[in-house]
Design a binder for this molecule. Structure first.
Ligand code: ADP
Ligand code: MG
Length: 292
């Protein structure tokens, strides 16, 4: 029989927007000592907007943004949505590319008006052997400011950098502080570039940053923390996060996350507020004290 304390805890959570899927989820939550956060859409609002256009010599900002937008037009990625929206705001018509390939963890490769166009991170440019020497310093400065810098190349030549900022959620810093007060170690796990991730982590006071992680490697990083003895709760919202949510001791889906994330998770935070991670923990710990 389920002890009354657990039933009460599950009910209390539900009223506060914290859904424990079952008694085991609540019990395991009480034992975690490390919380791993996905960055985009979890610690940040997940509504990125274009902030900077750095055109290489000879390119115009409109041409840079227009090509990036057309290449990224079919993409489902929030970064792509930001680029397309910024182009439309400037009155640029964003018609679909002739061809389109999404390269997870890197960016996109498309054909626009018969010419190959790449939009993505440094790893993508290196992989496709596009020289970006003149742009790397600018990109690093943007990253140091917490922005995501994406290179745009046409026909194998870099045209410039488009930077996007995704504002940090107001409650994220409070959430991290509360977890630290409860003796929890905090980790950020992200596909974004190291400079950007570290800038955001510093702003929030996060203990450890694991950056430039390919989508398929997220679960592996959670497993590595567990091998080191950590009892891990993973908090995420995206399709990419589902395997890591499943592999963690406790998977926590946040808010209006994807269906996959919500289905995979042990705990769902209805209110879309990272501070509710601390709330889930305090409920679970209170129940454990009552049971013992
Ligand atoms: P995250 O963990 O932040 O969701 P992803 O693995 O989705 O990261 O992406 C990693 C990086 O690859 C992004 O920061 C960006 O530089 C690049 N990237 C991915 N998709 C796109 C896209 N559609 N357009 C431009 N760049 C992209
Ligand atoms: Mg994400």
């Amino acid at each position: 029989a389920t002890p009354t304390a657990i039933t009460v805890g599950v009910g209390q959570g539900a009223r506060g927007g914290v859904l424990f899927k079952n008694a085991t989820a609540l019990e395991a939550t009480a034992g975690i000592d490390t919380v791993v956060f996905d960055k985009t859409g979890t610690l940040t609002a997940g509504r990125p907007a274009v902030t900077d256009l750095v055109a290489a010599d000879g390119a115009s900002q409109d041409r840079l943004l227009g090509l990036a937008a057309r290449a990224d037009q079919p993409s489902q990625h929030p970064l792509a949505a930001a680029i397309v929206a910024a182009a439309r705001e400037r009155g640029i018509e964003v018609t679909p590319p002739d061809r389109f390939d999404s390269i997870p963890g890197h960016g996109v490769s498309a054909v626009v008006d018969g010419r190959p166009v790449l939009v993505g991170n440094l790893r993508l440019m290196q992989r496709e052997q596009v020289a970006v020497d003149g742009l790397v310093d600018r990109a690093a400065a943007l990253a140091a400011d917490g922005r995501t810098a994406m290179y745009v190349a046409e026909g194998g030549t870099a045209l410039g950098v488009v930077a996007v900022a995704d504002p940090v959620r107001e409650s994220a810093a409070t959430a991290i502080k509360a977890l630290h007060a409860a003796g929890i170690r905090t980790v950020m796990l992200t596909g974004d570039q190291r400079g950007t991730a570290e800038a955001v982590a510093r702003r929030l006071g996060i203990d450890t940053v694991i950056a430039e992680v390919l989508p398929e490697d997220k679960a592996g990083h959670v497993a590595a923390l567990q091998r080191d003895g950590a009892r891990v709760a993973m908090v995420g919202d995206g399709v990419n996060d589902a395997p890591a949510l499943a592999g963690a001791d406790i998977g926590i889906a946040i808010g209006a996350g994807t269906d996959v994330a919500v289905e995979t998770a042990d705990v769902v935070l209805i209110r879309d507020d990272p501070a509710d991670v601390g709330y889930a923990l305090s409920i679970a710990r209170a129940v454990r004290r009552k049971i013992k």
